[in-house]
Design a binder for this molecule. Structure first.
Ligand SMILES: Nc1ncnc2c1ncn2[C@@H]1O[C@H](COP(=O)(O)OP(=O)(O)OP(=O)(O)O)[C@@H](O)[C@H]1O
Length: 242
Protein backbone atom coordinates (compact mmCIF):
# COMPACT_ATOMS: atom_id res chain seq x y z
CA UNK A 1 0.00 0.00 0.00
CA UNK A 2 2.76 2.43 0.99
CA UNK A 3 6.42 2.09 0.14
CA UNK A 4 9.09 4.39 1.53
CA UNK A 5 12.34 3.95 -0.32
CA UNK A 6 15.70 5.36 0.87
CA UNK A 7 14.11 8.50 2.32
CA UNK A 8 16.61 11.21 3.20
CA UNK A 9 15.91 14.48 5.00
CA UNK A 10 18.16 17.07 6.67
CA UNK A 11 17.43 20.34 8.40
CA UNK A 12 20.31 22.64 7.53
CA UNK A 13 23.48 20.63 8.11
CA UNK A 14 21.77 18.17 10.43
CA UNK A 15 20.74 14.90 8.83
CA UNK A 16 17.57 13.48 10.40
CA UNK A 17 16.57 10.69 8.01
CA UNK A 18 19.57 9.01 6.41
CA UNK A 19 17.86 6.44 4.21
CA UNK A 20 14.62 5.06 5.60
CA UNK A 21 13.13 2.01 3.91
CA UNK A 22 9.68 0.88 4.94
CA UNK A 23 6.79 -1.02 3.39
CA UNK A 24 3.36 -0.70 4.95
CA UNK A 25 0.86 -3.34 3.92
CA UNK A 26 -2.91 -2.99 3.84
CA UNK A 27 -4.32 -3.79 7.27
CA UNK A 28 -1.08 -3.14 9.17
CA UNK A 29 -1.12 -1.23 12.42
CA UNK A 30 2.42 0.10 12.46
CA UNK A 31 3.82 1.86 15.52
CA UNK A 32 6.87 3.98 14.73
CA UNK A 33 8.98 4.29 17.84
CA UNK A 34 12.35 5.84 18.63
CA UNK A 35 13.99 8.29 20.99
CA UNK A 36 13.00 11.93 21.16
CA UNK A 37 14.33 13.70 18.06
CA UNK A 38 14.94 10.44 16.19
CA UNK A 39 12.85 11.66 13.26
CA UNK A 40 9.47 9.93 13.73
CA UNK A 41 7.43 13.05 12.98
CA UNK A 42 9.72 14.03 10.11
CA UNK A 43 9.20 10.61 8.56
CA UNK A 44 5.41 10.88 8.86
CA UNK A 45 5.41 14.41 7.43
CA UNK A 46 7.50 13.26 4.44
CA UNK A 47 5.21 10.27 3.95
CA UNK A 48 2.07 12.39 3.61
CA UNK A 49 3.71 15.17 1.61
CA UNK A 50 3.70 17.80 4.36
CA UNK A 51 7.45 17.99 4.05
CA UNK A 52 9.58 17.51 0.95
CA UNK A 53 12.33 14.92 1.42
CA UNK A 54 15.83 15.64 0.08
CA UNK A 55 15.96 12.22 -1.54
CA UNK A 56 14.17 8.92 -1.88
CA UNK A 57 10.63 7.98 -2.85
CA UNK A 58 7.21 7.62 -1.27
CA UNK A 59 4.95 5.39 -3.33
CA UNK A 60 1.28 5.13 -2.41
CA UNK A 61 -0.81 2.51 -4.20
CA UNK A 62 1.65 2.52 -7.09
CA UNK A 63 1.83 6.32 -7.41
CA UNK A 64 5.23 7.89 -6.73
CA UNK A 65 4.20 10.92 -4.69
CA UNK A 66 7.65 12.46 -4.56
CA UNK A 67 7.68 12.76 -8.34
CA UNK A 68 4.05 13.70 -8.93
CA UNK A 69 2.42 17.04 -9.61
CA UNK A 70 0.15 18.66 -7.00
CA UNK A 71 -3.04 17.38 -8.65
CA UNK A 72 -1.93 13.75 -8.43
CA UNK A 73 -0.82 14.28 -4.83
CA UNK A 74 -4.15 15.97 -4.01
CA UNK A 75 -6.10 13.07 -5.52
CA UNK A 76 -3.91 10.53 -3.69
CA UNK A 77 -4.29 12.42 -0.42
CA UNK A 78 -7.98 11.46 -0.32
CA UNK A 79 -6.86 7.96 0.61
CA UNK A 80 -5.22 9.03 3.83
CA UNK A 81 -5.97 11.18 6.79
CA UNK A 82 -3.45 12.76 9.09
CA UNK A 83 -4.27 12.98 12.76
CA UNK A 84 -2.09 15.62 14.32
CA UNK A 85 -2.98 18.58 16.43
CA UNK A 86 -6.57 18.96 17.60
CA UNK A 87 -6.29 22.57 16.33
CA UNK A 88 -7.48 21.02 13.06
CA UNK A 89 -10.96 20.98 14.64
CA UNK A 90 -13.34 23.92 14.83
CA UNK A 91 -13.83 24.35 18.59
CA UNK A 92 -17.03 26.35 18.24
CA UNK A 93 -18.73 23.63 16.25
CA UNK A 94 -20.14 20.41 17.64
CA UNK A 95 -18.30 17.12 17.36
CA UNK A 96 -20.95 16.00 14.86
CA UNK A 97 -20.50 19.11 12.71
CA UNK A 98 -16.73 18.65 12.67
CA UNK A 99 -17.11 15.07 11.54
CA UNK A 100 -19.72 15.71 8.87
CA UNK A 101 -17.83 18.64 7.35
CA UNK A 102 -14.66 16.55 7.29
CA UNK A 103 -16.43 14.50 4.65
CA UNK A 104 -16.29 17.54 2.41
CA UNK A 105 -12.73 16.67 1.44
CA UNK A 106 -13.99 13.62 -0.44
CA UNK A 107 -16.12 15.74 -2.74
CA UNK A 108 -14.90 16.49 -6.23
CA UNK A 109 -12.87 19.61 -6.80
CA UNK A 110 -15.84 21.35 -8.44
CA UNK A 111 -18.33 20.37 -5.78
CA UNK A 112 -15.95 21.82 -3.18
CA UNK A 113 -15.67 25.03 -5.16
CA UNK A 114 -19.43 25.52 -5.39
CA UNK A 115 -19.88 24.54 -1.73
CA UNK A 116 -21.89 21.32 -2.03
CA UNK A 117 -23.70 20.25 1.11
CA UNK A 118 -23.36 16.83 2.81
CA UNK A 119 -26.35 14.58 2.18
CA UNK A 120 -28.66 13.07 4.79
CA UNK A 121 -26.84 9.77 4.39
CA UNK A 122 -23.56 11.49 5.18
CA UNK A 123 -25.13 12.87 8.35
CA UNK A 124 -26.13 9.36 9.42
CA UNK A 125 -22.66 8.07 8.67
CA UNK A 126 -21.07 10.82 10.78
CA UNK A 127 -23.11 9.61 13.76
CA UNK A 128 -22.01 6.02 13.04
CA UNK A 129 -18.37 7.05 13.15
CA UNK A 130 -18.83 8.97 16.38
CA UNK A 131 -20.42 5.84 17.83
CA UNK A 132 -17.45 3.76 16.66
CA UNK A 133 -15.07 5.93 18.67
CA UNK A 134 -17.40 5.92 21.69
CA UNK A 135 -18.51 9.53 21.42
CA UNK A 136 -22.18 9.25 20.50
CA UNK A 137 -23.19 10.89 23.77
CA UNK A 138 -20.91 13.88 23.04
CA UNK A 139 -21.98 14.31 19.41
CA UNK A 140 -23.82 17.56 20.03
CA UNK A 141 -21.27 19.11 22.38
CA UNK A 142 -19.03 21.88 21.16
CA UNK A 143 -15.53 20.58 20.56
CA UNK A 144 -13.99 23.31 22.77
CA UNK A 145 -15.78 21.70 25.72
CA UNK A 146 -14.32 18.24 25.09
CA UNK A 147 -11.22 16.78 26.74
CA UNK A 148 -7.96 16.32 24.82
CA UNK A 149 -8.63 12.61 24.42
CA UNK A 150 -12.18 13.19 23.22
CA UNK A 151 -10.92 15.71 20.65
CA UNK A 152 -8.46 13.12 19.39
CA UNK A 153 -11.35 10.68 18.99
CA UNK A 154 -13.33 13.32 17.03
CA UNK A 155 -10.32 13.51 14.71
CA UNK A 156 -10.41 9.74 14.26
CA UNK A 157 -14.16 9.82 13.52
CA UNK A 158 -13.53 12.60 11.04
CA UNK A 159 -10.79 10.59 9.36
CA UNK A 160 -13.25 7.69 9.02
CA UNK A 161 -15.92 9.96 7.57
CA UNK A 162 -13.35 11.09 5.01
CA UNK A 163 -13.14 7.50 3.87
CA UNK A 164 -9.45 7.32 4.81
CA UNK A 165 -7.89 3.99 3.97
CA UNK A 166 -4.71 4.98 5.76
CA UNK A 167 -4.64 6.91 9.02
CA UNK A 168 -1.34 8.54 9.90
CA UNK A 169 -1.17 9.74 13.48
CA UNK A 170 1.67 11.64 15.11
CA UNK A 171 1.71 10.60 18.74
CA UNK A 172 -2.03 10.90 19.32
CA UNK A 173 -1.69 10.00 23.00
CA UNK A 174 1.05 12.44 24.00
CA UNK A 175 -0.01 14.53 26.96
CA UNK A 176 -3.14 12.46 27.63
CA UNK A 177 -3.96 10.74 30.90
CA UNK A 178 -3.58 6.94 30.79
CA UNK A 179 -7.33 6.23 30.53
CA UNK A 180 -7.85 8.53 27.54
CA UNK A 181 -4.64 7.32 25.94
CA UNK A 182 -5.84 3.71 26.19
CA UNK A 183 -9.21 4.67 24.67
CA UNK A 184 -7.49 6.25 21.65
CA UNK A 185 -5.30 3.21 21.10
CA UNK A 186 -8.34 0.92 21.52
CA UNK A 187 -10.10 2.91 18.77
CA UNK A 188 -7.15 2.41 16.43
CA UNK A 189 -6.94 -1.27 17.27
CA UNK A 190 -10.63 -1.72 16.60
CA UNK A 191 -10.29 -0.08 13.17
CA UNK A 192 -7.30 -2.17 12.32
CA UNK A 193 -9.04 -5.36 13.50
CA UNK A 194 -11.88 -4.78 11.07
CA UNK A 195 -9.22 -4.61 8.34
CA UNK A 196 -10.80 -1.56 6.78
CA UNK A 197 -8.13 0.89 7.80
CA UNK A 198 -4.35 0.80 7.86
CA UNK A 199 -2.78 2.74 10.72
CA UNK A 200 0.70 4.25 10.97
CA UNK A 201 1.23 5.88 14.30
CA UNK A 202 4.32 7.51 15.83
CA UNK A 203 4.52 6.81 19.54
CA UNK A 204 6.94 7.81 22.28
CA UNK A 205 5.38 5.29 24.61
CA UNK A 206 6.90 1.87 23.81
CA UNK A 207 4.44 0.00 26.06
CA UNK A 208 1.51 1.37 24.01
CA UNK A 209 3.21 0.17 20.83
CA UNK A 210 3.77 -3.28 22.34
CA UNK A 211 0.20 -3.54 23.56
CA UNK A 212 -1.79 -2.23 20.60
CA UNK A 213 0.16 -2.27 17.32
CA UNK A 214 0.53 -5.23 14.98
CA UNK A 215 4.01 -4.20 13.97
CA UNK A 216 6.75 -2.13 15.58
CA UNK A 217 9.22 -0.12 13.52
CA UNK A 218 12.06 1.48 15.45
CA UNK A 219 13.99 4.48 14.10
CA UNK A 220 17.55 5.12 15.27
CA UNK A 221 20.38 7.06 13.71
CA UNK A 222 18.15 8.11 10.81
CA UNK A 223 17.31 4.57 9.69
CA UNK A 224 14.98 1.68 10.47
CA UNK A 225 16.79 -0.14 13.27
CA UNK A 226 13.99 -2.55 14.12
CA UNK A 227 11.02 -3.98 12.22
CA UNK A 228 9.17 -6.75 14.04
CA UNK A 229 5.71 -8.13 14.74
CA UNK A 230 4.50 -6.34 17.86
CA UNK A 231 5.52 -8.02 21.11
CA UNK A 232 7.43 -7.06 24.21
CA UNK A 233 10.80 -5.68 23.16
CA UNK A 234 13.90 -7.29 24.61
CA UNK A 235 16.39 -5.15 26.52
CA UNK A 236 18.76 -5.36 23.54
CA UNK A 237 16.06 -4.10 21.17
CA UNK A 238 15.23 -1.21 23.48
CA UNK A 239 18.92 -0.33 23.73
CA UNK A 240 19.16 -0.13 19.93
CA UNK A 241 16.66 2.72 20.02
CA UNK A 242 18.44 4.82 22.66
N1 LIG B 1 11.21 22.27 10.84
C1 LIG B 1 12.36 21.92 11.43
N2 LIG B 1 13.45 22.70 11.33
C2 LIG B 1 14.63 22.33 11.89
N3 LIG B 1 14.82 21.19 12.59
C3 LIG B 1 13.74 20.39 12.73
C4 LIG B 1 12.48 20.71 12.16
N4 LIG B 1 11.61 19.70 12.45
C5 LIG B 1 12.31 18.80 13.18
N5 LIG B 1 13.59 19.21 13.35
C6 LIG B 1 14.65 18.48 14.05
O1 LIG B 1 14.72 17.20 13.48
C7 LIG B 1 14.93 16.21 14.48
C8 LIG B 1 13.82 15.17 14.41
O2 LIG B 1 12.62 15.78 14.80
P1 LIG B 1 11.25 14.96 14.86
O3 LIG B 1 10.19 15.90 15.35
O4 LIG B 1 11.02 14.31 13.56
O5 LIG B 1 11.61 13.85 15.94
P2 LIG B 1 10.64 12.89 16.77
O6 LIG B 1 11.26 11.55 16.75
O7 LIG B 1 9.23 12.99 16.24
O8 LIG B 1 10.74 13.52 18.21
P3 LIG B 1 9.69 13.50 19.45
O9 LIG B 1 9.47 12.08 19.81
O10 LIG B 1 10.43 14.26 20.51
O11 LIG B 1 8.44 14.21 18.98
C9 LIG B 1 14.99 16.95 15.81
O12 LIG B 1 16.35 17.15 16.15
C10 LIG B 1 14.31 18.26 15.51
O13 LIG B 1 14.84 19.29 16.32
Amino acid sequence: MLIVNNLVKSYGDTPVLKGVDLEVNRGDFVAIIGGSGSGKSTLLRCMVGKERPDGGDVVMNGVNLTQSNWWTRWEASKDWSVIGSTDQLNGRRTAFRNVVTGRFRQFSFWRQLIGGKPSEEEHVRAMDYLEQVGLLDKALQKVEKLSGGEKQRVLIARALSQGAKLIVADDPVVGLDPINAEKIMESFKELYRRETVTVVCALQNIEMAEKYASRIVGIADGRVALDIRARRLTAAERNKLL
